[in-house]
Design a binder for this molecule. Structure first.
Ligand SMILES: [Zn+2]
Ligand SMILES: [Zn+2]
Length: 182
């Protein structure tokens, strides 16, 4: 665990056992003040180890996963999952954020994306991408993933955009993001 105080580890253990904890339960279990309990909740949710709920904290599995790149909510239609060499898994809200996160992480073991039509997982390097179509579900410029080039082309006939393989999609995204920052 990354730099957790013994108190935070204790709270985390309780969250795992019970699913969620109220501020009072934390106060009683650890023997701390209400203000301190709130502070610990704040801190644990900031580290992504728990989710704040009204008057307490719950296990992160019970709440929507946040995108590693933009902190937006992830959704099953556009999910992008990066597995690091140490086994840690990062979720991104869409291929846009996923590709940005890939560029920021040198220790990637595998990365998967979801086919926009069929909803099945694809290896990132085998997927085809439509950049800049009219369908913007979360991040812009939008990037959608497809398992076949034919599907991607058919999609652009209705919703515009450009069909690219993985290296080109990544290159283009980088260029577009650099232009936005200028
Ligand atoms: Zn995102
Ligand atoms: Zn997104």
């Amino acid at each position: 665990m990354k730099n957790l105080s013994p108190r935070q580890q204790e709270i985390l253990k309780l969250i795992k056992q019970k699913g969620n904890l109220s501020v009072e339960e934390i106060q009683k279990a650890i023997g701390i003040s209400q203000a301190t309990a709130y502070r610990e909740i704040q801190e644990l949710s900031r580290m992504g180890l728990g989710a704040k709920i009204p008057g307490g904290i719950s296990q992160i599995e019970n709440s929507p996963t946040r995108c590693v790149q933009c902190r937006g909510e992830t959704n099953a239609r556009t999910l992008f999952i990066i597995e690091l060499k140490d086994g840690e898994k990062l979720s991104a809200c869409c291929s846009h954020c996923g590709m940005m996160a890939l560029a920021n992480n040198p220790n990637v073991s595998t990365a998967m994306t979801v086919d926009f039509i069929y909803g099945k997982m694809l290896n990132v390097s085998q997927a085809w991408y439509v950049l800049n179509s009219n369908v913007v579900l979360c991040c812009s410029p939008s990037i959608l993933s497809f398992s076949s080039r034919e599907d991607a082309i058919r999609f652009t006939q209705g919703f515009e955009g450009e069909v690219m393989d993985f290296p080109n999609a990544q290159k283009n995204l980088n260029q577009m993001m650099t232009l936005i920052q200028l």
